[in-house]
Design a protein around this ligand. Sequence first.
Ligand code: ADP
Ligand code: MG
Length: 261
Amino acid sequence: MNAIANPKPATTDTVLRVQGISKSFGDNHVLKDISFDMQKGEVVSLLGPSGCGKSTLLRCINWLEEPDAGHIRLNSERMGYAGSGAKMNDTQLSQMRSRIGMVFQHFALWPHMTVLENVMASPVHVQKRDRKEVENEARAVLKRVGLEDKMDMLPSRLSGGQKQRVGIARALAMKPEILLFDEPTSALDPMLVGEVLEVMRDLAADGATMVIVTHEMKFARQVSSRIIFMDSGHIIENRSPEDFFDHPQTDKAKTFLHSVQ
Ligand code: ADP
Ligand code: MG
């Protein structure tokens, strides 16, 4: 495994550094010494069979799960630990988490708030930013995801694809340094998948740093700068999309690709 762990020292362009992350639930050892770096503007698709630890890894990156061992560094700041090495308190953690945009499979929008209010909530309440400024930016972000005419609606009035675009707008409104997507289109009707992928493609082209867990292999190949393939809690391939899809090196990756294509 060491051959693919942190091949180079971190640079000023290293947005995310995942170092030696391990995580168990009881005696289920889910993540085993996971390490990788991401440079600014990179798009990594994180692939692997169901249950291999992809969601757990994303949740460790933003400290929704605390790893048992290892470090996460976001633009060289250590996640979960304050300067003295003491664990971060809840306020420090939520400030740090607000620098990481997370988009979930189930959109988790506030049902009683309008689309615009959903997008404004975290910048106003967590980041404590000026309400008027946040509103202007939230409107611009909603326009960017094609929802300028839905801003005043409640989420229940929207299609699944529109809800997920609100989910993305909500993440973007925090001006995150990195975006994590956990199967953002898996809960959608097939007809609605394309509009969400289109927004993500746009973000990637615009230079956003993104980690994407997805079953959309064609999309992963087109949009990714790198594929990280996990199996049983290990990274077993970390390569360009062309290399991964055309010449998978491990039997596990070959089996996986046969099962999804
Ligand atoms: P993936 O996203 O690749 O499908 P997950 O990260 O969701 O995989 O799950 C990896 C393993 O960790 C599974 O065996 C799952 O049952 C277990 N797991 C995930 N979250 C928890 C949790 N909160 N408590 C106990 N077990 C969990
Ligand atoms: Mg998952």
